[in-house]
Design a protein around this ligand. Structure first.
Ligand code: PMP
Length: 426
């Protein structure tokens, strides 16, 4: 875009989590293909982020382009109240088939945060006739569930900037994040706090809300699947619902189609988003089991009180069907396993650098945790100069690979991270 428009963007357009008076630099993307972002000066950057974890197939994907084009020729948007359309029904059927266990009922929403809001409303409404005291949630330290008010109220208040809105947020219960790591031997003590808080407060708690196995924006932390099994068992015992937020982990990201499968558990409510459309459009869903559905629909309200304008948007649901078809027609499991092997090969040695606290890898996720918080603008510039797109935050330099990433790209991404470590830019 021309310099006038660039200046307008700088002065008038809010970018995520930034200031308008002290804006961070931005880079202009003019197009994208495979796992490359093309900048206005012609440079092609290897994408390590999948655009905030959504573009699992990369960019400008023929199958997804075709799906959108075909749908545009039919209907791009139509209200969902009183109207049905094939893409939504087909997508719902696919989700029900793929989701763990008996999550047979689908509510479409328009972003991850809104799916979390819907999930919270489902849980509150489920209990509203039965146990009137159940008006709170129990969530995990280090958890992140979105930026809307309900989602913020179950997001770690310490780690996120959400503490700014403290006085407006509903008060929920929090326990420390599970101390037992993904690849450590299971330590039963790490579920004690969960048990204690549930046994003391279960009459107030409608649901436990968590990101299964991988906590994303709250720390890129991988915890032991046995913790999930304990949560499931305690929730059933104490008559508390379990909401699994698979918005970041869904659709193969961790090496399982859904991270709940690491523990073989089924939540009562599950949220999905991000990669559901292969990153083409914003779309999310909250799935629930029959117990929750009937509790709501046979309760005094009789309906779920939610209905966004763009609910089940035809373009979004159509491209989501195509994205799932593409994922399932290939060997996604082998692909993600292969990415994990290569990430381990190229990223784990970075732990030798003094400014690195820890390196961890799971599925298509590679995380380099630094000892000190990074300067995002400095690192971003260095990464772009190295020909890669990696956006670090806090003490985390991480990659969330598009599944089409080749071995040599993973090596280049690791070399770029090594460059900033070696040159003490962190
Ligand atoms: N839940 C999780 C686990 C997430 O990672 C995110 C986004 N990073 C959200 C919810 C919110 O999704 P959205 O940004 O689409 O509102």
């Amino acid at each position: 875009m021309n310099s006038e428009l660039t200046q307008f963007d700088l002065e008038h357009v809010w970018h995520p989590y930034t200031s308008l008076t002290k804006p961070l630099p931005t880079y202009e993307v003019v197009s994208a293909h495979d796992n490359y972002l093309v900048l206005d000066d012609g440079r092609e950057l290897i994408d390590g982020m999948s655009s905030w974890w959504a573009c699992i197939h990369g960019y400008n994907v023929k199958e997804l382009n075709d799906a959108v084009t075909e749908q545009i020729g039919k209907v791009s948007h139509v209200m969902f109240g009183g109207i049905r359309h094939e893409s939504a029904a087909r997508l719902a059927k696919k989700l029900v088939e793929l989701a763990p266990g008996d999550l047979d009922y689908v509510f479409f929403a328009d972003s991850g945060s809104v799916a979390v809001e819907v999930a919270l409303k489902m849980a509150l409404q489920y209990f509203s006739d039965k146990v009137k005291t159940k008006t709170k949630f129990l969530a995990l330290g280090g958890g992140y569930h979105g930026d809307t008010f309900g989602a913020m109220s179950v997001t770690d208040p310490e780690g996120s900037m959400h503490s700014i809105y403290r006085d407006f947020l509903s008060k929920n219960y929090f326990i420390s994040r599970p101390s037992c790591r993904f690849d450590e031997p299971w330590n039963p003590d790490s579920a004690d706090e969960l048990f204690n808080v549930l046994s003391e407060h279960h009459e107030e708690i409608a649901a436990v809300v968590l990101e299964p196995v991988v906590q994303g924006a709250g720390g890129m932390y991988f915890y032991h699947p046995e913790f999930l099994r304990r949560v499931r068992a305690y929730c059933s015992y104490f008559n508390v619902l379990l909401i699994a937020d698979e918005i970041a982990t869904g659709f193969g990201r961790t090496g399982k189609l859904f991270a709940c499968s690491w523990a073989g558990i089924t939540p009562d409510i599950m949220t999905v988003g991000k990669a559901i459309t292969g990153g083409y459009m914003t779309l999310s869903a909250a799935l629930c089991n029959e117990k929750v559905m009937k509790g709501i629909c046979e309760g005094s309200a009789g309906v779920l009180m939610h209905g966004p304008t763009f609910m089940a948007n035809p373009l979004a649901t159509r491209v989501a069907c195509a994205s799932l078809d593409l994922l399932l027609s290939g060997n996604w499991r082998e692909t993600v396993n292969h990415l994990e092997i290569r990430l381990k090969e190229y990223f784990l040695p970075l732990a030798a650098y003094e400014n690195v606290e820890e390196v961890r890898v799971l599925g298509s996720i590679g995380v380099v945790q630094t000892r000190k918080p990074v300067n995002m603008a400095v690192l971003q510039k260095a990464f772009v100069e190295q020909g890669v797109w990696i956006r670090p935050f806090g003490r985390l330099i991480y990659v969330m690979l598009p599944y089409v990433t080749k071995d040599e790209h993973i090596r280049k991404l690791a070399e770029a991270v090594e460059y900033v470590l070696k040159n003490n830019l962190v």
